[in-house]
Design a binder for this molecule. Structure first.
Ligand code: SF4
Ligand code: SF4
Length: 107
């Protein structure tokens, strides 16, 4: 099992999650973060920290977000590691509650 980041993170990228991860397994893309599934130790600390509710346990992943299981795995190998919180995009709050953001993913 692993935890993973879904499309709710796209264009929000608040990065609160990286501050609490004990094994630094978040990776940063242009407009979202992902979790490396082989590094995540399933502690669950990050899930309640996310203001966008973007983080799910693999076991609780809604059907609509299933593509993100593979995307977290592949993009974590491509993107750089992020271990410290940074300022979110200026329009993050505007995107926080938007649905269907997968189309905006920048890889
Ligand atoms: S806290 Fe949530 S929205 Fe922010 S970077 Fe982490 S997963 Fe994305
Ligand atoms: S569940 Fe724990 S180990 Fe996995 S990404 Fe979240 S904080 Fe890191």
């Amino acid at each position: 099992m692993t935890f993973l980041v879904t499309e709710k993170c796209i264009r929000c990228k608040y990065t609160d999650c990286v501050e609490v991860c004990p094994v630094d397994c978040f990776y940063e893309g242009p407009n979202m973060l992902v979790i490396h599934p082989e590094e995540c130790i399933d502690c669950g600390l990050c899930e309640p920290e996310c203001p966008a509710n973007a983080i799910y346990s693999e076991d609780d992943l809604p059907e609509a977000y299933q593509p993100f299981l593979v995307l977290n795995k592949t993009l974590a190998k491509k993107w750089p590691n992020i271990t410290q919180r940074k300022a979110p995009p200026p329009d993050a709050d505007r995107w926080k509650d938007q649905e269907s953001k997968h189309q905006y993913l920048e890889e």
